[in-house]
Design a protein around this ligand. Structure first.
Ligand SMILES: [Zn+2]
Length: 348
């Protein structure tokens, strides 16, 4: 049987530079498109708007010493550059729905997401990864909300006016810098007020605890794994995992192998077996309960293991959990019920 699932993070919008039609026709260079998503059971996903730095070093993360790596983060972006880019990508997201002939719907309510789980179509949740396209007075936030924004990570890893994210560093604690700025605190409160989900995935540890103290909503990391297994900055410490569970929140487990957030040795390894991903799912489920773990691929935003290949590999991952003894009820929680609960507790 094919499970219909909600996925916590993708960068697929960035794959559609030649037109949104590619999404429906299918493009081999991406991890997700409509034909493969439909086949795999991809019912809904968080579609990220991420502003690339015009001068980003495109080389993959690699070990620079025998023990690990540290890759410097790109320079901060200006608001004018980032807001331009953000508007372009939100426009693309709206166009995806417009040109879909009913196959792709923008989810603005929990009912919209539920409909896609029960039906045959696909729903997209608009997410911003790194709020550089939002001004200090938050005018843009309210505009993007009206356009459909329902999820926001205050920072991608690079610093901005709201806070600082973690650098690419292995091995390393996520406690890498200062917490939220006053503007960052205002941003979190405004997200609470509007009912926008706050994503903690790229935030450093002090920023994480600032949100934990401030936010009234469940804590969510859409694409992060367990630091106890793979000690990279982007993963969550046991204390953070516990805090997310205490807030009745959720962790979307990512398949990223560049940077490698899956394997204990942190080295880029396209041959990482699927069991290395399920190990993180088991770890979080055993530590805090199945109610607090979900899927958060990072498709089209990173490299993933060859064994998974693309969105069509997700059913194999779920089969593997089933073989390890997960019941259908438990798989329902992992694949969509946990996301529906958290969105229901967060969105207005
Ligand atoms: Zn990310």
């Amino acid at each position: 049987m094919t499970y219909r699932f909600i996925d916590g993070h993708n960068d697929t919008l960035m794959q559609l530079d030649h037109g949104v039609e590619d999404f429906f026709k299918g493009i081999n260079s991406s991890h997700i498109d409509w034909p493969r998503g439909k086949k795999a059971g991809f019912a809904a996903g968080f579609f990220a708007v991420f502003c690339p730095n015009p001068f980003t070093d495109p080389t993959p993360v690699a070990f620079t010493t025998s023990k690990g790596y540290e890759k410097p983060l790109p320079k901060p972006l200006t608001y004018s550059y980032a807001s331009n880019y953000t508007i372009k990508m939100i426009g693309r997201f709206l166009e995806l729905e417009r040109k879909s002939n009913g196959r792709f719907n923008i989810a603005r309510t929990v009912e919209d997401v539920e409909k896609s789980i029960k039906g045959k179509g696909m729903a997209g949740i608009l997410h911003i990864e790194g709020a550089e396209g939002i001004d200090e007075n938050l005018n843009a936030l309210y505009v993007y909300y009206e356009a459909g924004l329902r999820s926001l990570g205050p920072v991608w890893s690079r610093a901005n006016i709201f806070g600082e994210g973690v650098p690419y560093r292995f091995p390393s604690s996520p406690d890498t810098g200062p917490g939220l700025t006053p503007a960052g605190r205002n941003l979190i409160s405004a997200c609470n007020e509007l009912g926008i989900m706050v994503d903690l995935s790229h935030l450093n540890e002090r920023g994480f605890w600032d949100v934990q103290k401030l936010s009234h909503a469940p804590l969510v990391a859409t694409h992060s794994n367990a630091h106890a297994i793979c000690p990279v900055t982007r993963n969550l410490t046991d204390k953070q995992i516990d805090a997310i569970a205490d807030s009745n929140g959720l962790i979307g487990v990512t398949y990223s192998i560049n940077p490698n957030m899956v394997s204990p040795d942190g080295k880029n390894n396209e041959r990482a077996p699927l069991t290395e991903i399920t190990r993180h799912i088991h770890y979080i489920a055993e530590r805090v309960g199945i109610e607090h773990v979900a899927l958060g691929s990072d498709f089209d935003g990173t490299r993933i293991p060859l064994d998974l290949k693309d969105v069509t590999g997700v059913p194999r991952l779920l089969e593997l959990l089933k073989k390890k003894g997960w019941t259908d009820e438990e798989l329902d929680l992992l694949t969509y019920k946990n996301w529906l609960r958290v969105l229901g507790d967060t969105w207005k």
